[in-house]
Design a protein around this ligand. Structure first.
Ligand code: GLN
Ligand code: ZN
Length: 786
C-alpha cells in the first residue's frame, strides 16, 4: 500500500475558549501588554500544532495564524502597508497592524492631513469571514518583512514538528487587493477587460516571494503551501496567463510548493493547475468532487495530489465509507504520492465538540468540529495505509461513523413525516409563490388601506438594544427572571419605541425588536430542526466571532414566533406597525446547513415556516410585513455559471414565504452590505411591494442600477449610515433624496435609514430620525406631493 500523508490547509486561530478574542480586546483597552498579547499568540500556535500532531497529521501548518487577519499579515509580510498607517515612522509594527485593522484614532482630529481610516473589510470568498482589503497604488514598492513568519517556523521546529508553511499565493494576494486611484482599471478588469493595475505589481512582488521561499526552506520548512483559491473563480485571461510564468519563477527557489485551491471547482483551470511547476496540488474534493477523477488522471505522476476529502466548511461527521469509496480508485490510479486533507482551512468551523457537553447525544454523534475532523483524517489514513486489514481503534472509528450516519438517515429528530406532507401539499397549490394580483393592483389596494403620504418614512426594524435590554435577556436566560417578568420588560421597551416613533412622526412604525438577540438566532430558537451550540464560535473578523445555528433536521414552526409582539405594538398606535421577519435565504446563509438534502430543500422548509408566520401576522391585523434578506447576495456561488440556479431557488424561497399575503398586505424586504446591481432581475423577481436598501455610503450611486433596470416596485434607499453615531443634517439627507428622485420616480420612493438601529444609542437615533423626517417633509413640499 501507498504511503498516505495528512495535513490541513489551516486551523482556526481564535482559541478553544476564544483566548485570542479576549486577549485582543484587553490589549485594545490597554489592560494587556504587547508582550502578553504576543505570548497568547504563541501559546495558541503551540496548542494548535500540538493538537494537529496528536491527531496524527504528518505536518503542522505554520503561517495560518494571525492576530487579526491573515491577509493583513501578508500586507506586513510584503511591506505594503498604506503610508497613512506609519507616517511618523515611530509606530511599532503591531501598532501599524491594528491601525490598518481598526483605524488610527490618533489622526482622526489632527491637522496632519493623514486620514487614519482603517482598511476596507470584505468577505473572504463565499464565507462569512471578512478580510482586510490590501490597498495598492501604481507606485507600491514591496519589502520583505519575514521576521515574524520565520520566528513562527522556528517555534514549530523547536517543538519538534515537521513544518508546512501556508501562504497566500502571489496572484490571489494581488487579486484580493484594490489599487487606489485606479478604479477604472480595476473595473475594466472585472468586466473582462485586459488591463488590471493589480497585475502590474506582480513583477515587483514575485522576487520577494522567491526570497521568502528560500528563507523558509533554509529555516526548515519542508513544504510551502501557496493558496490560490482564485483558480476557482471566473478569472480574466490576463490573470490566468500570469500563473505559469509566475510559478516558473517561484519554482526556481527549490522549495517544495503545494498549490492549494478550494471553495469552488477549477473547471477551465484544471489543466492550468495541473501544469504549474509545483510539487503538489491541493484540491477541494467536497466543492469540486466531480473533478477529482480528471485531476487524478492529469496531474503528472511526480506531483503530490492533496485531496481535501473532509468538509472544512461544514460541521457534519464525514461518511468514512463513502470517503474511502471515493479515494480508493484515485489511489489505484496514481503512482505518485497522495495526501489527505480537509477541503479548506478549518477557520470556518468551531474548535471542538469537547466544549459541547450539553448537546443532545444523538445530534452530537453526527457532528465533527475542527478537532474531530483531524481525527477523521487520521482514520482515513490508517484505513488507506495499513498493510493488514483495518484493526483495533481504526475499526472502531469506522464503526462509530457508520452508526452515526445510519442514525442520521433514520432519526425522528431529522425526519418529520407530517411536515414533509405539509410541504408537499404546499407545493401542490396553484403557484404558491405568486401573489394574487400584479403589483399595480396591489399597490392601489395598499394605498387605499394604508393612506400613506408621499415619501413615507419608516425604519428597518430594530431600535437601540440598550444595556438594560441585554441585561434583562441575559438574566432571563440564566433563569433569574421569570418568563412573565421578562415579557413585561420587553413590552415596556416596545411601548417606549412606539411612543418615540409617534412623537417623531414616522409614518410606518416598528416594534423595535427588543426581544431579539440576533435576527437568525431568534427564529432558529423557535423552529424545530435547529440546534445551538454553547461554544461553537467561528471567527467573523478580528476579535469578532459568530455562533451559527446548526440546521440538522426538517424545519417546522410549532407556534407563532412574532405575532404576540407585533399585535401588542399595533394595539398601542393608530399608525401601521410593520411586522418583522427574517427571510429563508438569510436564515440558511447564516447557519450550518444539513448536507443530507439539497440546500434548496432546506430553504423551502424554512420558507414554509415563515409563510405560516406571515399568514398569522396578517390574520392578527398587521398590514405591513417586512421579510429581511440581507444575505441574499452573499449566497451567490463563486462561479457565475451557477448564479441562475441559485437565484432561481433563493427568490422562490422568498416568494413562497411572502405570497400567502393578500393583495392589501404590503410586503417589504430589506437588503444591505452589498452591491446589488448585478442581481437586479432576481431582486425584482422577489416581487416585494417595497425594498429598503443600504445606499447612503455610496451616495445613492446604487440607485443608478435600479433606474436603468426600471425597478418596478417601491424603493427605500437608505438616507443615512447607521454604522456611525454621526447625526447627518436634514439638508444632507434631503440632498440624497433629491438625487434619488432624479433616477427613481418620486412616487416610488420611501425614506428610511440604511439598516436597523440596534447598535446605536437613543439620543443619536431620535436626532437622526428627526432630521430624516424633516428631509422627507421638505421633499414633499418641493415635489408638491403630499
Ligand atoms: N430588521 C433587522 C434590523 O433592523 C435587519 C438587520 C439587517 O439587515 N442586517 O436589525
Ligand atoms: Zn440591513
Amino acid at each position: 500500500m501507498k504511503l498516505v500523508q495528512t495535513h490541513i490547509p489551516g486551523f482556526p486561530r481564535i482559541g478553544a475558549a476564544r483566548e485570542l478574542k479576549f486577549a485582543l480586546e484587553r490589549f485594545w483597552r490597554g489592560e494587556l501588554s504587547e508582550s502578553s498579547l504576543l505570548e497568547t499568540g504563541s501559546k495558541l500556535r503551540a496548542q494548535h500544532w500540538e493538537m494537529q500532531r496528536q491527531q496524527g497529521l504528518d505536518f503542522v501548518t505554520v503561517g495560518d495564524f494571525a492576530l487579526y487577519d491573515h491577509v493583513a499579515n501578508h500586507i506586513q509580510l510584503f511591506g505594503c502597508e498604506p503610508e497613512r498607517f506609519g507616517f511618523r515612522g515611530s509606530e511599532t509594527p503591531l501598532a501599524r497592524y491594528f491601525a490598518m485593522a481598526r483605524g488610527d484614532g490618533a489622526h482622526e482630529s489632527c491637522a496632519c492631513g493623514q486620514n487614519g481610516a482603517a482598511l476596507e473589510m470584505t468577505k473572504w470568498f463565499d464565507t462569512n469571514y471578512h478580510y482586510l482589503v490590501p490597498e495598492f497604488s501604481a507606485g507600491t514598492e514591496f519589502a520583505l518583512h519575514s521576521e515574524q513568519l520565520l520566528a513562527e517556523v522556528a517555534e514549530a521546529r523547536a517543538a519538534g514538528h515537521p513544518v508546512k508553511v501556508a501562504l497566500l499565493g502571489p496572484l490571489t494576494f494581488l487579486w484580493l487587493g484594490k489599487v487606489r486611484d485606479a478604479g477604472a482599471a480595476t473595473a475594466d478588469a472585472a468586466a473582462g477587460g485586459a488591463h488590471d493595475a493589480r497585475l502590474d505589481l506582480l513583477e515587483r512582488l514575485l522576487p520577494l516571494y522567491s526570497r521568502l521561499l528560500v528563507q523558509l526552506r533554509a529555516a526548515g520548512a519542508e513544504w510551502v503551501q501557496l493558496d490560490e483559491p482564485i483558480l476557482g473563480l471566473d478569472l480574466p485571461n490576463a490573470w490566468r496567463n500570469a500563473f505559469e510564468p509566475a510559478y516558473w519563477l517561484l519554482s526556481q527557489s527549490g522549495t517544495q510548493l503545494m498549490l492549494a485551491t478550494y471553495f469552488s471547482p477549477l473547471e477551465e483551470n484544471v489543466s492550468l493547475a495541473c501544469r504549474l511547476p509545483v510539487a503538489g496540488l491541493h484540491v477541494d474534493a467536497v466543492r469540486a468532487a466531480s473533478e477529482l477523477t480528471s485531476l487524478a488522471d492529469w496531474l503528472p505522476a511526480h506531483k503530490v495530489l492533496s485531496i481535501g476529502i473532509v468538509d472544512g466548511r461544514n460541521i457534519w461527521r464525514t461518511d468514512l465509507d463513502a470517503a474511502l469509496a471515493t479515494l480508493m480508485p484515485v489511489l489505484a490510479k496514481r503512482s505518485g504520492a497522495v495526501w489527505l486533507s480537509t477541503s479548506c482551512s478549518l477557520l470556518h468551523v468551531p474548535y471542538s465538540l469537547a466544549a459541547e457537553p450539553a448537546l443532545d447525544n444523538e445530534l452530537r454523534s453526527w457532528l465533527a468540529f475542527a478537532e474531530e475532523k483531524l481525527a477523521e483524517l487520521a482514520l482515513l489514513k490508517t484505513a488507506l495505509s495499513a498493510d493488514e486489514r483495518v484493526s483495533g481503534q481504526a475499526a472502531r472509528g469506522f464503526a462509530a461513523a457508520r452508526a452515526a450516519h445510519a442514525s442520521r438517515r433514520t432519526s425522528p429528530l431529522v425526519h418529520n413525516a407530517g411536515l414533509r406532507a405539509r410541504v408537499a401539499a404546499l407545493a401542490a397549490e396553484k403557484a404558491p409563490d405568486r401573489r394574487h394580483s400584479p403589483f399595480a393592483d396591489r399597490q392601489r389596494q395598499q394605498q387605499a388601506r394604508l393612506k400613506l403620504p408621499a415619501f413615507p418614512t419608516t425604519t428597518i426594524g430594530s431600535f437601540p438594544q440598550t444595556p438594560h435590554i441585554r441585561a434583562a435577556r441575559a438574566a432571563f436566560k440564566r433563569g433569574e427572571l421569570t418568563a412573565a417578568v421578562y415579557e413585561q420588560a420587553m413590552r415596556e421597551e416596545i411601548a417606549h419605541a412606539i411612543r418615540e416613533q409617534e412623537v417623531l412622526g414616522l409614518d410606518v412604525l416598528v416594534h423595535g425588536e427588543a426581544e431579539r438577540n440576533d435576527m437568525v438566532e431568534y427564529f432558529g430558537e423557535q423552529l424545530d430542526g435547529f440546534a445551538f451550540t454553547a461554544n461553537g464560535w467561528v471567527q467573523s473578523y478580528g476579535s469578532r466571532c459568530v455562533k451559527p445555528p446548526i440546521i440538522y433536521g426538517d424545519v417546522q414552526r410549532p407556534q407563532p414566533m412574532t405575532v404576540g409582539w407585533a399585535e401588542y405594538a399595533q394595539s398601542l398606535t393608530a399608525k401601521p406597525v410593520k411586522g418583522m421577519l427574517t427571510g429563508p435565504v438569510t436564515i440558511l446563509q447564516w447557519s450550518f446547513v444539513r448536507d443530507d438534502q439539497p440546500r434548496d430543500a432546506t430553504a423551502w422548509q424554512i420558507a414554509a415556516a415563515i409563510r405560516e408566520e406571515v399568514r398569522d401576522l396578517e390574520q392578527a391585523g398587521i398590514g405591513i410585513i417586512q421579510i429581511d434578506e440581507p444575505a441574499l447576495r452573499e449566497g451567490l456561488p463563486l462561479r457565475r455559471s451557477r448564479w441562475d440556479a441559485y437565484l432561481a431557488w433563493a427568490t422562490k424561497a422568498f416568494r413562497l414565504s411572502a405570497a400567502v399575503a393578500g393583495d392589501a398586505t404590503q410586503i417589504h424586504t430589506h437588503m444591505c452590505y452589498a452591491e446589488f446591481n448585478d442581481i437586479l432581475p432576481a431582486i425584482a423577481a422577489l416581487d416585494a411591494d417595497v425594498i429598503t436598501i443600504e445606499s447612503s455610503r455610496s451616495a445613492m450611486e446604487l440607485l443608478g442600477g435600479f433606474a436603468r433596470f426600471r425597478y418596478p416596485n417601491e424603493i427605500g434607499p437608505g438616507v443615512y449610515d447607521i454604522h456611525s453615531p454621526r447625526v447627518p443634517g436634514s439638508e444632507e439627507m434631503a440632498a440624497l433624496l433629491r438625487k434619488a428622485a432624479k433616477v427613481v420616480p418620486p412616487a416610488q420612493l420611501w425614506v428610511n435609514p440604511d439598516c436597523g438601529l440596534k447598535t446605536r444609542a437613543w439620543p443619536e437615533t431620535t436626532a437622526a430620525l428627526q432630521n430624516m423626517i424633516t428631509a422627507a417633509r421638505q421633499l414633499r413640499k418641493e415635489m408638491e406631493l403630499s
